[in-house]
Ligand binder design. Structure first.
Ligand code: VGL
Ligand code: ZN
Length: 213
């Protein structure tokens, strides 16, 4: 089939963790609905010689992105610096940081953890939010000859968006799996803005079933 061409394709599963699913600290509406299509595509992908990689948001206690880590005055300074603030989420070792229990980890060959530096956030699977500190994923993929990425997970408007924009800049062919992403949509409208930014960057949007033949 077209999308999955032996070793040249990787499925990238972004942050399918409890805190982004129902009842989680940073709940994404319908977050858990991404699990079934991602499980199906992950199995198909490895069966056809492709790669499967998962990322995990992995913050230390008191992380710079947590509202709780700032008093009111500092919080203004931080938002002026462009760091968005969130409820405490994906704290290292917590249940909220675990992958959703229905996500099948057996086909996953590499897990990239990000956002573990106390004073630096990381939305993208490729670079932390200083836009220069690499996670190592690009080196891994290039070493393996991966040219094509299929990407799903959470959340459309943050970690998925930053990851796919970096991926095109780094020269990959990128498809976002529309039935395998869900958005935080904070502020309102950020989901639509994210899809618009993806289209503008030349990123394809497709259903997972188009890749499972
Ligand atoms: C995310 C906000 C904060 C995400 C992570 O995975 O999209 N969003 N940390
Ligand atoms: Zn985070």
């Amino acid at each position: 089939m077209e999308g999955i061409n032996a070793i040249e394709t990787a499925l990238l599963i972004i942050d399918v963790q409890n805190d982004f699913c129902k009842g989680g600290a940073l709940e994404v509406r319908d977050g858990e609905t991404v699990v079934a299509p991602l499980n199906a595509l992950a199995e198909y992908c490895v069966d056809h010689g492709g790669r499967v990689i998962a990322t995990a948001d992995w913050h230390p206690r008191g992380h710079v992105s947590f509202v709780s880590a700032h008093n009111a005055a500092a919080s203004d300074a931080v938002s002026n610096s462009g760091q968005a603030l969130w409820p405490d989420h994906c704290v290292q070792g917590s249940n909220g940081a675990q992958f959703h229990k229905s996500l099948n980890l057996n086909p996953v060959q590499l897990i990239i953890r990000k956002g573990f530096r106390p004073n630096l956030d990381s939305y993208s699977a490729f670079f932390e939010n200083d836009r220069t500190t690499p996670t190592g994923l690009d080196g891994y993929l290039k070493a393996l000859g991966v040219t094509t990425l299929l990407i799903g997970g959470l959340a459309t408007d943050y970690c998925v968006l930053y990851s796919v924009l970096d991926a095109v800049r780094l020269g990959y062919r990128v498809t976002v799996l529309i039935d395998a992403v869900q958005a935080v949509n904070m502020p309102a409208g950020s989901e639509q803005a994210a899809f618009a930014a993806m289209r503008e960057a030349g990123i394809a949007l497709a259903e997972t079933k188009e890749f499972i033949l």
